[in-house]
Design a protein around this ligand. Structure first.
Ligand code: SF4
Ligand code: SF4
Length: 324
């Protein structure tokens, strides 16, 4: 019988990019496979839920779970993996903070289904068919998972030991985490496995960020020819660097795109959107409310911009559910 630590990967509500990040380890994945036994990885290997159920509790050394939790099936699987695992790592932004799927918390199940199955311009659904949790086909009962009103970050459903941030987590952070786990050289439980400082502190453009910024107009990246060496904020383009944890290697900045905030906040920040909003408010060059309103109006989708990755774990958490 193998003595290697057992490792599981699981995918909840996400785009699949975190699974790609594992594949992107390229030759390093061979080192991982050599050091561990992968006992569950539905996207790549044919294991079943019953295989996990048959394992002893705590027999998996670590489960890497990506994606937010928005279906009853995901809730069931993450609870099962928690029971079977010594460590659970929230892998990537959606598991860590709720991520892009978490923006659905501005809506609810009814409005999402209405949009997806009835009113999108591309919908062709004359009979108005909508997925049902239970249906009968040829005399057999079929079941689909329940779709929740609210999208949850992983730690809102199960106990999480560590967080690997990023959309998706970069290769070196993944390898550092795997190595730390294999060597038992881990930081305190609950740590985010990335340096606890703001991206601006590491940013190559930081020196071009004026001491006192004064923004009169907000521009979107495609509206300007961006100087590749100047701070985006100094160019009037929203960059979440002041409110975002570093560790990504400035992936977007070096591609001449502003930071969207996928690494989430530093430990000191309770609400990432509010933190950026406060930083942003202090750099607006406006003398009266009217002028502030004019500048703010130039931001397309402010809530989606400031809470792009973190709505489920923010103080707001979700839009109020009418009558619920
Ligand atoms: S705001 Fe963005 S571009 Fe400017 S220093 Fe911070 S991370 Fe760099
Ligand atoms: S620059 Fe910002 S959005 Fe881009 S990878 Fe880094 S943390 Fe994520």
């Amino acid at each position: 019988m193998s003595e290697k630590p057992k490792v599981a990967f699981y995918w909840c509500a996400s785009c699949g990019g975190c699974e790609e990040a594992v594949i992107d380890l390229a030759e390093d994945i061979l080192k991982v496979v050599e050091a561990v036994d992968i006992v569950f990885w539905p996207v790549a290997l044919d294991f079943k839920k019953s295989d996990v159920e048959a394992m002893e509790d705590g027999s998996i050394a670590v489960s890497f779970i990506n994606g937010a939790v928005r279906l009853s099936e995901q809730e069931e699987m993450v609870k099962l993996l928690r029971k079977k695992s010594q460590l659970v790592v929230a892998f990537g932004t959606c598991a860590h903070l709720g991520g892009i799927p978490g923006l659905a918390n501005f809506w609810d199940k009814e409005s999402i289904f209405n949009r997806a199955y009835h009113t999108t311009p591309s919908t062709d659904n004359p009979e108005g068919v909508v997925p049902q949790e239970k249906s009968t086909v040829d005399g057999k009962e079929l079941y689909l998972p329940s779709f929740f009103n609210t999208v949850y970050a992983l730690n809102q459903v199960i106990d999480v030991d560590y967080y690997l941030p990023g959309c998706a987590p970069p290769r070196d952070l993944i390898m550092n985490a795997v190595q730390a786990i294999l060597e038992g050289n881990l930081p305190p439980k609950g740590s985010v496995l990335s340096p606890n400082k703001a991206l601006c502190e590491d940013c190559d453009r930081n020196e071009t960020k004026p001491e006192k910024l004064a923004i009169k107009d907000i521009k979107r990246p495609w509206e300007v020819i961006l100087d590749p060496e100047t701070c985006f904020l100094a160019q009037g383009v929203i960059c979440m660097g002041p409110a975002t944890r570093t560790g990504c290697g400035q992936r977007c900045i070096t591609a001449n795109m502003p930071c969207r905030g996928c690494f989430g906040p530093t430990d000191q920040v309770i609400d990432m959107g509010a933190k950026f909003l406060a930083a942003f408010a202090s750099i607006l060059d406006a003398d009266d409310e009217k002028e502030v309103a004019r500048i703010v109006e130039t931001i397309v989708d402010p809530a989606g911009t400031f809470y792009r990755f973190s709505l489920p774990t923010s103080i707001l958490r979700r839009r109020k559910l009418e009558g619920k």
